[in-house]
Structure formats: C-alpha cells, structure tokens
Ligand binder design. Structure first.
Ligand code: ATP
Ligand code: MG
Length: 452
C-alpha cells in the first residue's frame, strides 16, 4: 500500500515537472485521513488525457485509455495502477443517472464540487497539502456524511449517490446529516432508473460494512426500494421467546455478526425472509413458523435474479437460506450428510456455520446455543477434512468403471450403487476399501437384478 502511494506521488511529480497540475483526490484522501487502508489512488489532473498520456509515456510509464469520454486514463507505474482523470464539471443531468455531457475544466475546485459527499471531495498534494473547500475534514472528525451542495438536487442528478451514502454509512459507521438523509429519502424512487449491476455493487459493499446493523435499521426504506422483498420483515413482531427484536432488526444484527464476505452477508440478509409468510399464532399467543427457511427461497432468488447476480451465487445463497435452521447433530456421520446437501463444498458448510452463528447471536441472550452448535459442526468438518473422510462419490476407493467391469450395465444403476456405497461408508458400516466395496457392490447388484 505504501508502495502504491509512493508510485502515486512519483506520477504527480512527473506530471508537475511537465508544467501540469495534479492532485490525489477522492476515496484515497478520505481513507488516508481516517487511517484506513487505501485501496486505490486516484489522481486528478488539469490536462486532457492525450497530454497526460504523452507526458507519462515520455517518462516510460505505460498508460491504458480506460474512459476517454470521461477523461480517464490508467497509468501503470512499477506495477501500481493509477487512475488519472481530467478535472471536469458534469453537465446537466436529465436521466437521473448520467450527466448529459461533461466539460473539462482547469480548476480543481470545480472538479471537487461535482463529487458526492464532502468527505469524498478533498484533494491532497505532497507539497501543497490538503485542499478542502467543503469542510470534508470537519465532517470526517464529526463522522458525518454530508452531500456537496444542495442534497436533493445532487440525488436527483444521480440516484446512485443515495445508495453510495448508505454504503459509506455502513462501511465507516458515519451518521448521515439530516438534510442529506431527507434528500436521499425524497429521491429514493429515482433508484429505479439506475442499472441493477451498479445497485447490486453498492448493496454488496453496504452488506459487507462493519456497521451494517445501523445502516440497515436507519435506511430500511431506501433498501426496500431496491429489494422490496425485505419490506414484510420490517417491524414484523415474532412473538416467540427466542426473539427480542422484530424480524428486520434480528436480521440487521445477524448480518453484522456474519463473516464480512458477500456470500454469508447476502444469505444472512435473506435467512428469515420466509418468516412473515409462514407465521401463525397459537391460543397462548405464541408465534410459530412452519417451513420458513424453505419459503424464504423464492423471494430471495427473485431479488437476486433481479439484481443480476450470477446463477451459481444465487444457488449457494439459496442453500444457506434453506439449511440455516437445520438441526444437524455434530457428529461426522451427520455432518457429512449435510455436506453432501451443500454440493460437497466445505467452504459452503463453513459459510453455513457463519450464518448459523450470526443468527443465534441475534437471539435473546438465553437462546444462543446455536453458537456452540455451529462451532461443533465446524470442528467436525475440520476433523472430516483432516482425516480425509470420504463425503463424495469421487472419494470412494472404487469407480463406475469397476462396476461396469463387474458386469453391471451402463445406466442409472451405476450412480445408485456408488451412492449406496457412499451412504454406507459415511455411516461407517462399510470401510472405504476396494475389496469390501466390490463385495458390497456385488451384493447390492444381485439384489437389484432379481428385483428387476
Ligand atoms: P471506495 O473506492 O472506497 O468505494 P471512493 O470514494 O473511492 O470509495 P469511487 O467509486 O472509487 O469511490 O469514486 C472515487 C471518487 O469519485 C469518490 O470519492 C467521489 O469523489 C467521486 N464519485 C464517485 N461516484 C460518484 C457519484 N456517483 N457522484 C459524484 N461523485 C462520485
Ligand atoms: Mg475508490
């Protein structure tokens, strides 16, 4: 990271030696001031990309034209990619997502003014220091997100900024200034104009944030605009002894407790989405849910499909929703069965344990035994992997070819025989040894053959 910073400063030096003006801008300035790791260094420069490119290439720095229409060039300095963007003013916005035109400018101040939040609208230079025309540093200290300029107008120009704001609140744990928050709410319906891929990207950042509970609670209405499937969870009283929160707040806590990776965070967001539709109250006023995990799959899938998430990711999230409540006995034989249901994927089982733990941690204090349960399942998984205990057909010491050689006909029997052997091996009633497996197969087939 330090090395990337050095390269950024070197490139600024090269540009300025050629008579240009350049600053570090945006996220890297914000994160550096916060003492957070900086993941990309963006440079703003007063020259057009062609001039910038000529200067850099003359100094032996390779450049790639990544977004000429917006004046963006990517320079690669000693392996560090740096985005260099010409100072610009965005033209009028009429579609709620893109400026109709962009205009280049020689003024860094004007470039900073087009940026979304004050904490993102600062520039820094190795000798000229910090340039902060919108008091971003004061907002950083106050841990406040504030729109640059008139909030509602800025969100009307580009509604993605609304979700960016909630995402920053979740990542940084900042509060959103009141006027900015009301501007976001007033323009939230314009999120319908934004490309789903961009929305999904912001949602993922939001869900993976360290302070996601607060963001989900404060901006449930904004999130409900882009994932309407969550709306029934908001304020839904569970009326069981296990819960002290409504379904949404339970979910918001659980998401924050889940490991910070997209798979577990999305699955936790959806884990109880089936609850409102499966709710019944008995004579004593106690709430019950029958099959909520299962009923959660259709709305979760619908939401993720609309967000154009990949089919394989959607399937994995759906499996976690489906099995988040399964009462597996933490013994290898049962854990291997569960593993098979999860496509034989140990990482997916670990993700499931994370969801289970997060769910349990968000229950009433007396009902958090799921934490130990999830741990016991994970310990079992470790044992299974350490001992290379078989849980897939491929791990059997015999293959379909052997069965064919034995005289079994090609067809569904082969797979069925292998599965029967795997079941017996997982139950530890059959050793995973070739001779024993062949004997088992022969017996299995002779029974089948007579049945047919
Ligand atoms: P991070 O990269 O950590 O998510 P960032 O602030 O760097 O945060 P980017 O999307 O990389 O976010 O954008 C870089 C900078 O460009 C921002 O800091 C902000 O100044 C500006 N910016 C990005 N998107 C918008 C937008 N939709 N409207 C206005 N300014 C924006
Ligand atoms: Mg960035």
């Amino acid at each position: 990271n330090n090395e990337h910073g050095k390269q950024a400063i070197r490139v600024i030096g090269i540009l300025e030696d050629a008579g240009l003006e350049a600053w570090l801008v945006g996220g890297c300035v914000r994160d550096a001031l916060l003492g957070r790791p900086v993941h990309d260094f963006d440079i703003a420069c007063n020259a057009l990309w062609s001039e910038t490119q000529a200067v850099l290439e003359a100094s032996g720095i390779h450049t790639v034209e990544t977004g000429i229409a917006h004046g963006t060039l990517t320079a690669v300095s000693k392996g560090t990619p740096l985005e260099i963007t010409t100072y610009r003013i965005d033209g009028a916005y009429t579609d709620g997502r893109h400026p109709d035109s962009v205009q280049f400018t020689r003024s860094i101040q004007e470039d900073l003014a087009r940026r979304d939040f004050t904490i993102n609208a600062m520039a820094w230079h190795p000798t000229r220091g910090l340039l902060d025309p919108f008091n971003g540093q004061a907002d950083l200290h106050a841990r406040t997100l504030r729109a640059v300029g008139e909030p509602e107008k800025r969100f009307m120009e580009d509604a993605l900024r609304i979700l960016r704001g909630v995402r920053f609140a979740s990542q940084l744990g900042f509060a959103i200034d009141q006027e900015t928050a009301s501007g976001m709410r007033a323009q939230a319906s314009n999120l319908d104009l934004i490309a789903t891929e961009r929305i999904a990207h912001e949602l993922e950042g939001l869900l993976c944030g360290k302070h996601v509970h607060g963001a989900l609670m404060a901006y449930a209405d904004v999130i409900g605009r882009v994932i309407p499937e969550i709306t029934p969870m908001i304020g839904f009283d569970q009326k069981t002894k296990y819960h002290i929160y409504d379904v949404w707040e339970h979910t918001a806590y659980a998401v924050q407790y889940a490991t910070p990776e997209p798979l577990t965070r999305w699955a936790t967001l959806f884990h109880d989405i089936g609850k409102p539709s499966t709710f019944t109250i008995d004579e004593e006023g106690i709430g019950h849910f029958y099959g909520h995990a299962h009923e959660g799959i259709p709305p979760a899938k619908r939401a993720m499909k609309r967000l154009k998430m990949s089919p394989s990711f959607i399937e994995r999230v759906a499996m976690l929703v489906r099995y988040h409540d399964c009462p597996t006995i933490p013994e290898p034989k049962y854990v291997k069965r569960l593993l098979r249901k999860l496509d034989g994927d140990p990482d997916l089982l670990r993700a499931l344990c994370s969801v289970k733990r997060a769910d349990s941690l968000s229950h009433a204090p007396a009902y958090r035994s799921g934490v130990a349960h999830a741990q016991a399942i994970e310990d079992c998984l470790d044992l299974i992997l350490r001992e290379s205990q078989p849980f897939t057909v491929a791990a059997l010491d015999i293959s379909g070819k052997d069965l064919l050689a034995m005289g079994m006909p090609q067809g569904p029997h082969i797979g069925a025989a292998l599965n029967a052997m795997l079941e017996a091996v997982m139950d530890e009633t059959l050793p995973n040894e070739r001779a024993a497996l062949l004997r088992f197969a022969r017996e299995w087939w002779s029974k089948r053959e007579t049945e047919i």
